[in-house]
Design a protein around this ligand. Structure first.
Ligand SMILES: Cc1ncc(C[n+]2csc(CCOP(=O)(O)OP(=O)(O)O)c2C)c(N)n1
Length: 305
């Protein structure tokens, strides 16, 4: 029976941090570490989770953790893992895990991640995706969605926020044919916990892309964190999927699976309206978002379902 929100341990390994109320990223780190346990060794690049998790002399991690340069999360994970092995010091249940934001993963950290996957280093890379560079003041990343206002794509009468759609990071990672990759959302916690557990038990490079809304950057009340996270999935603007590479699935090219394939989506307009970042969007923007969503789902349903 996979772990779920009821059976997961009460032991906290990420606590006392200074993240904002309702921070999705903090919940990712907290829940993932509960699954991975106290022997996990974490590495975090510059970003909200390192800025709020390491406040000298207070370390908010109950396990070993360190900060990496912005671009090198995966390279540092590779080094930690190799170092432990060389010393013969790697306990059975020691997962070397990274927690990096969307900027630190899809933009500046992508090369290091690609290199680690290429070597099939025995690491787990978790990207908590809050859809912008939040720690430095809400700048656009390549995972910022179309129509979202950020400080580098500010909405005005003429411009309605980001003019590019979210980059398909999951597809890029899976194209490496690594042992295991999955998308998840804190709005579907049992699915998320199961995927962390699955990733923990596979050797080689594993990757999780987890949607983690940010009340400050997205402009919604902190108390709405979980419902916004859930709605992102229910509208089809985020998806829950898994990939097992050829070495795990035995299938050439690997096997994809859609974990949720709803008959109908929740309306996009309601999801956008509850977030200030989309407040300049008009009917044409909503249509563009809907069209991109439908094209994506057509591809996923025809190839993965
Ligand atoms: C090489 C380098 N460039 C820029 C920065 C400044 N910087 C620190 S955190 C950060 C934003 C990180 O954004 P993201 O990875 O999306 O994580 P989040 O802050 O949203 O958690 C930036 C630009 C840095 N520390 N190092």
């Amino acid at each position: 029976m996979p772990l779920n929100a009821r059976t997961i341990t009460d032991e906290e390994l990420f606590y006392g941090h200074k993240a904002c109320p309702g921070c999705g990223g903090a919940l990712v780190v907290r829940q993932a570490l509960k699954v991975l346990g106290p022997h996990a060794i974490a590495a975090l690049p510059a970003g909200c989770m390192s800025a709020t998790g390491f406040n000298f002399p207070q370390l908010a991690f109950g396990n070993n953790a360190m900060i990496t340069p912005f671009a090198s999360t995966a390279a540092v994970l590779s080094g930690i893992e190799a170092g432990l092995r060389a010393q013969g010091a790697k306990p059975e249940d020691c997962t070397v895990v990274g927690f990096a934001g969307d900027g630190g993963t899809a933009d500046i950290g992508l090369q290091a991640l690609s290199g680690a996957i290429d070597r099939n280093d025995d690491i787990l890379y978790i990207c908590y995706d809050n859809e912008a560079y939040m720690n430095t003041g809400i700048q656009r990343s390549s995972l910022t969605p179309y129509g979202a206002s950020t400080t580098t794509t500010p909405a005005s009468k003429r411009e309605h926020g980001s003019i590019t759609h979210k980059k398909s990071l999951f597809d890029i990672v899976c194209a490496h044919e690594l042992p295991y990759a999955a998308t998840a959302s804190i709005g579907y916690m049992n699915d998320l916990l199961r995927k962390v557990e699955t990733a923990r038990n596979i050797a080689g490079t594993r990757f999780l892309h987890i949607m983690a809304p940010c009340p400050v950057g997205w402009g919604f009340p902190s108390k709405d964190l979980m419902s916004v996270a859930k709605e992102a999935v229910d509208t089809g603007l985020w998806y829950l999927a898994e990939y097992e590479g050829p070495t795990v699935s035995g299938v050439p090219g690997g096997r994809f699976k859609l974990n949720r394939n709803p008959r109908a989506f929740a309306p996009i307009a309601g999801y956008l309206q509850r977030q200030k970042r989309f407040s300049a969007d008009d009917a044409a923007d909503i249509e563009a978002i809907e069209r991109a969503r439908d094209e994506r789902w057509e591809m996923m349903r025809s190839r993965w379902a």
